[in-house]
Design a protein around this ligand. Structure first.
Ligand code: LHQ
Length: 263
């Protein structure tokens, strides 16, 4: 498979996957999801990969679903929002959790919408001081997806999860650290060096034992991940039929403040 939207580089036992659409803060396309799934499947099979790093090119980590492309394909046969999740995002999220190797998100900049939740699906998150997280879904009339309805309350507790998801405020790296959403904040210019310090350390540890620990953590704290992903897809289909969703996405494209009506 030739890759268009992600760069894969191996150094020693560490595989780095860099989301590479920097002009749109690495907003996600169907191609990107197919490529990410393909790369993760190969990494899962390859015994030479003992730790995976996921990061973004340019100033963003990932801005979530590409909202511009969705509009362009409005005339052709188009997947529903729920089908985007069922066919594109959910297999990636399931594999990020199922792959029995440590996965680190090196969050270099803004992580928004499904981009934030892809980072939350990783095992560990190191963020640059320039990074921020935003559950942007509500700003376009959607519900958190890509596992966010499970990962968020699991990591920060219900009250804070409700605040983040209902309001969609931007939170900076230091606040993410305080909330337990991420593991470390480092200076922007040291992000990759510090990430590789950790990745190389992990890759030199007993990979099988780490993988089995991950399997046990999954079973203990997120045994219903599949249910959550399925439900998110069903709910997103409902949300994407609202006037507020159409207004929210139109406002984003037209760079104006949306006027929501609650229907
Ligand atoms: C973008 C995007 C973007 C396209 C920035 N798309 N161009 C699943 C299934 C099906 C349907 C829908 O959704 C989902 C899951 C989701 O992920 S829903 C959530 C989708 N994501 C968002 O709503 C986030 C949208 N982006 C933003 O709110 C801002 O861009 C953030 C907060 C990420 C960054 O703000 P700034 O740092 O001020 O950057 P910017 O807004 O100026 O963006 C830079 C460029 O990137 C800009 O293009 P331009 O041509 O003006 O330079 C944006 O239009 C483009 N861009 N996000 N998601």
């Amino acid at each position: 498979m030739r890759y268009e939207t992600i760069i894969a580089e191996s150094t020693g036992d560490v595989l780095t996957l860099t989301l590479n659409r920097p002009e749109v803060l690495n907003a996600v396309t169907d191609t990107m999801l197919r490529e990410l799934l393909d790369m993760l499947e190969s990494a899962e099979r390859d015994p030479a990969v003992r730790c995976i790093v996921l990061t973004g090119a340019g100033r963003g980590f990932c801005a979530g679903q590409d909202l511009a492309i969705q509009k362009q394909s409005a005339d052709g046969p188009q997947l529903s929002a729920g089908d985007h999740l069922r066919q594109g995002y959910n297999p990636v999220i399931r594999l990020l959790r199922a792959i029995e190797k440590p996965v680190i998100a090196a969050v270099n900049g803004v992580a928004a919408g499904a981009g934030a939740n892809i980072a939350l699906a990783c095992d560990l998150r190191i963020a640059s001081e320039a990074a921020s997280f935003v559950q942007a879904f509500v700003k376009i009339g959607l519900v958190p997806d890509a596992g966010g309805t499970l990962f968020l309350p699991l990591l920060v507790g219900y009250a804070k999860a409700a605040e983040l998801a209902f309001i969609g405020e931007h939170i900076g790296a230091e606040e993410c650290l305080r909330l337990g959403l991420i593991n470390q904040v480092v200076p922007a210019d040291a992000l990759m060096e510090r990430t590789y310090d950790l990745a190389n350390r992990l890759a030199a540890l007993p990979t099988r034992a780490i993988g089995l620990t991950k399997r046990a953590f999954n079973r203990a704290v997120m045994p219903k991940l599949n249910d959550a992903l399925d439900l998110e897809a069903d709910l997103q289909d409902i949300a994407a039929r609202t006037d507020d969703y159409h207004e929210g996405t139109a406002a984003f494209r037209e760079k104006r403040i949306p006027q929501f009506r609650g229907r």
